[in-house]
Write a protein that binds this ligand. Structure first.
Ligand code: ATP
Length: 434
């Protein structure tokens, strides 16, 4: 791991256009981040990989996309209005705010030694008003988790798709939490994206499915190239469990700021469906037509953060390698995650025949792979630039290409080069990338 890894990742993200500070020209909105051209591709690739593995590769999970704004009663029933808070204390001297759980000494400011106020409960939900009148009858919340949008649609899915247990619903979307101590770049922010599955099972089989989801989700990260030594499972102690959960295991990544949660897999029991049934007056039980029984299924919830995963994949893929007298920075991202797959580079940009050949090759490859064309520098510089953003293959068109109709293909990780006939390039890349 290079020294100051996180500083280097943050600098690379800005330098190359992965992630920028929000509203930077106004001094920035703290702990809020915008994804630039490469960042949005990486994030979309990550979401696609998740959706592919949990929706398209299975027969028992449907996708959905619920609204961020929901009926305020949802958050009463879910327990968020009453229970979704952190305890915080303020320093009377320096005015800084701390999460009580992070304080070794609950009375003394860890930064200036000043006196701390009594801990106060601080609800993490963002509150706003719907419509033009800002009074209590119009209060509405920005959802703090995507899960509730799934629970309240449970009956709609039963009625429209008639699934049999076990089955699940998967959703990716923004959530908002008014965190007391956001920080560590995109790790903890107030606006973030979640990818969540709610998997409905017969109550007596909940433990079995819980265990298998922990394995499945752990292996998903490994399959996309996270190093095994940087990933671990951490089962929660009973004192840590959320008010609705019977068991929970976190999947943690070894960030340079310490082991931290990427995803939690929880057994939420039948808490949510029962609460919403009671609060809405609607019957949210499942009907087992073989046993002729109506009951509330248990729910296993694998709940991951898109932004946290992106950060873990970036940190894990970051390498500095000595090449002769130089150091190259390279992002060794998995082929499914790399924002750009192929770059076509003309060796001499003042030779129109070479430029034309390179441009037409790029245009052809764009039909099948995310491909860029770049002629804005000398070849060494162009390679470094592509390495830093994780481009898998660079194809160079040179003088010889005009005669032998071949190009040089350079592999990002090994830097090995080989000559390939232009009319075989597509097949070559398909074998590597698909
Ligand atoms: P933490 O303990 O780190 O606050 P949590 O246990 O409250 O997280 P969950 O409620 O289980 O988190 O949310 C599921 C996932 O959503 C987390 O594993 C994480 O990846 C993501 N997530 C939660 N809060 C944030 C946040 N403030 N910023 C970025 N991602 C978040």
């Amino acid at each position: 791991m290079p020294e100051n890894l996180m500083d280097k990742v943050v600098a690379l993200c800005k330098r190359r256009g992965f992630i920028f500070q929000s509203s930077e020209i106004y001094g920035g909105l703290s702990n809020t981040w915008d994804y630039g051209p490469y960042g949005v591709e990486l994030k979309n690739n990550l979401k696609r990989a998740w959706w592919g593995s949990v929706v398209y590769q299975r027969n028992d999970i449907f996708g959905m996309d619920a609204a961020i704004l929901m009926h305020p009663q949802v958050w009463q029933a879910s327990g968020h209005v009453e229970n979704f808070f952190d305890l915080k204390s303020d320093c009377r001297s320096c005015k800084k705010r701390f999460k009580s759980a992070d304080l070794a000494d609950k009375k003394k400011c860890p930064e200036c030694g000043g006196e701390l106020t009594e801990a106060k409960a601080f609800n993490l939900m963002f509150k706003t008003h719907q419509g033009p009148v800002a009074d209590d009858s119009n209060v509405i919340y920005m959802r703090p988790e995507t899960a509730q949008g799934i629970f309240v649609n449970f009956a709609n899915i039963l009625d429209s798709r008639h699934p049999k247990l076990p089955f699940g619903l998967a959703q990716i979307g923004k959530s908002f939490r008014n965190e007391i101590t956001p920080g560590n770049f995109t790790f903890r922010t107030r606006e973030f994206e979640q990818m969540e599955i709610e998997y409905f099972v017969p109550p007596e089989e909940a433990d079995k499915y819980y265990a298998s989801w922990v394995e499945e989700r752990f292996n998903w990260y490994l399959g996309l190239g996270i190093k095994a030594e940087n990933l671990r499972k951490r089962p929660h102690g009973n004192d840590e469990l959320a008010h609705y959960a019977r068991a929970c295991t976190d999947i943690e990544y070894n960030f340079s700021f310490g082991w931290s949660e990427l995803e939690g897999i929880a057994n939420r029991t039948d808490f949510d469906l029962k609460q919403h049934a009671q609060s809405s007056g609607k019957d949210l039980r499942y009907f087992d037509d073989q046993k002729k029984e109506r009951f509330y299924p248990y729910i296993i919830e694998p709940s991951g953060g898109v932004d946290r995963s992106v950060l873990a994949f970036l940190a894990d893929a970051y390498y500095e390698e000595k090449v002769k007298d130089d150091t190259r920075v390279v992002l060794k991202l998995h082929k499914d995650l790399a924002p750009t797959k192929v770059a076509v580079l003309p060796l001499l940009r003042n030779r129109p025949e070479i430029v034309e050949m390179a441009k037409s090759l790029a245009a052809e490859l764009k039909k099948s792979f995310i491909t860029v064309y770049d002629d804005t520098g000398a070849i060494g510089k162009l390679y470094r630039r592509q390495d830093e953003v994780g481009t898998l293959y660079c194809l160079t068109v040179d003088v010889q290409s005009l005669e032998d109709k071949q190009v040089t293909v350079r592999d990002r990780d090994t830097m090995q080069q080989e000559r390939i006939a232009i009319d075989k390039v597509k097949e070559y890349l398909s074998n590597k990338l698909v």
